[in-house]
Each structure stands twice: as C-alpha cells, then as structure tokens.
Unconditional design. Structure first.
Length: 284
C-alpha cells in the first residue's frame, strides 16, 4: 500500500514501523477500544494476555498509517473499526478464542451520567434494602412502580429505564448505583478482528457456545437421520444401513414366500400351517 503523504516525524515513523511489522508478523490483528478503561484494569488486562496476545496503543492517525503500510490483503478494512480510544491486539490465537478471553476478563461497573448504556437497563421487581422515604419519589421519576413490603421499599414489576445506546443522566446513574445495578463492563472492547483477508466484527465473534454446540448436535443428528432415510452410504452409517437392508429383505421374502436359506424354515412352517387349516375345513 502507498504510504500516507502526511508529514510524520522520525519518532512517529519508528512507531508506525513497529506497528506495521507487528501487523505483518501476526496471523490475527484485532481493533480494540480502551476508552473509559482505568489504567489499573488496563495493566491487569496486559498481564492476563501475556503469552497470548500483544496489546499496543498509539494515536489513531498512526494506527491508520501503519495499516495502510501493511502488505496484508484487505487489512485497511480494519481502519473503520478504530473506535473511541483505539489500540491494536496482535495474536496468533483464533479470533473466537481471543474474543472469549476478552469477554471473560470483563467485570461489571456502575454507569456514570453522560455515558451511553451498552445494553437495555431493567430494574427488576423485588425487595430493596431501602426504608420508606424519598427513594419512592426517585423511583417514580423514572416510572418505576414501588411500594412498601415488610418495612422496606419493593419494586412492584420489572421496569425498563433505558434502551441500548441511550445517554444516561446523572440522576438515573446515581439511582442505578444505589440499586446495585451495574450495566457497564470494564475491559477491552474488541470491535473487529482481521484474519486471512477477512474482517470478523464483534457480533459475529460473540457466540453462545452452549447454543452453538446444541445446534451442531441437532444438525448432526438430523443429517444422520436423513442419510438413513435416503440410504446414503457413509462410514458412520454403513453398518446400520446394512442391518436395515437385511431386515427389509427378510420382510420382503417373508411377505412374498421367497425361499432363501434364512427364510426356508419359516416359509415351510407357514405352508404347513396353511395346509393344516385347509385340511380342517375338508369334510371327512
């Protein structure tokens, strides 16, 4: 790719070269957003990724130049996923494994006024630890139905107070924190990963493994049943197909009185039985 025409100092050129070399070296390059991630948690993430992935941060413009300088096919498609405070993760791990590692390392955190919620926020029905007082009015401000049960304030029904992407005001943020509802997650937010010329975005990497395995087992079971029904010979079903063919051929021979080594005794027994029945009807 042609290098950007913008002026870049020698120091910045070294940074760009370091990033470009890493981009070309590793199988997988992932864009992550470290916005709102405290330094302590960032250092913990670096430690947890040691030996699995290499995390580096620099200015967005330098990341863009490094991606443009890379020899990898379609790597510049990753530029549009440099969101918030971007950084790059370099790894040879499978992108799905990497996403799983990052997801497991996240921890819940309270939301602050002015932040966007990453998901719908629901205040669940049930008791609280609050004594009756101003809290009832605060809940009512956000259309949360409440009452008093056993001397404590209780939420009467599940109440959705925000949709994914809504900016939360300070009053709601303070109430959610008091209710111990923590909609934010502290951790590295992977936005997309590059592997072998393709971009895998977050929603495609976020797989429910239990559901995936259940779907896979169901698909395998259905495929096996279809192969038996259609008599499609496979290594996995050949024994059952031969057994079924044997049963079907015996049933056909039996119904049509076809004599074979396997059916001769049964056919003769049937003929003898029919002869005896016929004889019983002939008057003496």
């Amino acid at each position: 790719m042609a290098q950007s025409k913008a002026h870049v100092s020698e120091e910045k050129k070294k940074v760009v070269k370091e990033f470009t070399d890493l981009i070309d070296k590793y199988d997988v390059v992932a864009a992550v957003n470290v916005e709102n991630l405290p330094a302590k948690q960032l250092n913990q993430m670096r430690a947890s990724l040691r030996g699995k992935a290499h995390l580096l941060m620099t200015k967005r413009r330098l990341l863009k130049i490094a991606l443009e300088n890379s020899k990898k096919e379609n790597i510049t498609d990753l530029i549009k996923y440099l969101e918030g405070m971007p950084a790059l993760l370099f790894t040879n791990e499978n992108p799905f494994t990497l996403y799983k590692i990052l997801k497991k390392s996240k921890s819940a955190a309270p939301i602050k006024g002015g932040q966007k919620t990453p998901k719908d926020i629901v205040v669940p029905a049930g008791p609280t630890n609050f004594a009756p007082g101003p809290i009832i009015g605060e809940l009512g401000m956000f259309k949360i139905k409440s009452g008093v049960e056993d001397g404590k304030v209780a939420v009467k029904e599940d109440s959705e107070v925000a949709k994914e992407g809504d900016v939360i005001n300070a009053a709601l943020a303070a109430l959610l924190t008091r209710l111990k509802i923590y909609p934010m997650e502290i951790g590295l937010n992977l936005t997309a990963a590059y592997e072998k010329g393709s971009i895998l975005v977050r929603k495609n990497l976020n797989i429910d493994e239990d559901k995936f395995m259940a779907d896979l087992r169901a698909a395998a079971s259905n495929a096996y049943a279809l192969s038996i029904a259609r008599a499609i010979p496979l290594k996995e079903n050949i024994e059952e197909l031969l057994q079924k063919a044997h049963r079907d051929s015996l049933a056909l021979a039996d119904s049509q009185n076809i004599i074979t080594p396997e059916t001769v005794s049964k056919v003769l027994a049937k003929a003898e039985s029919q002869a005896a029945a016929l004889k019983s009807k002939v008057p003496e």
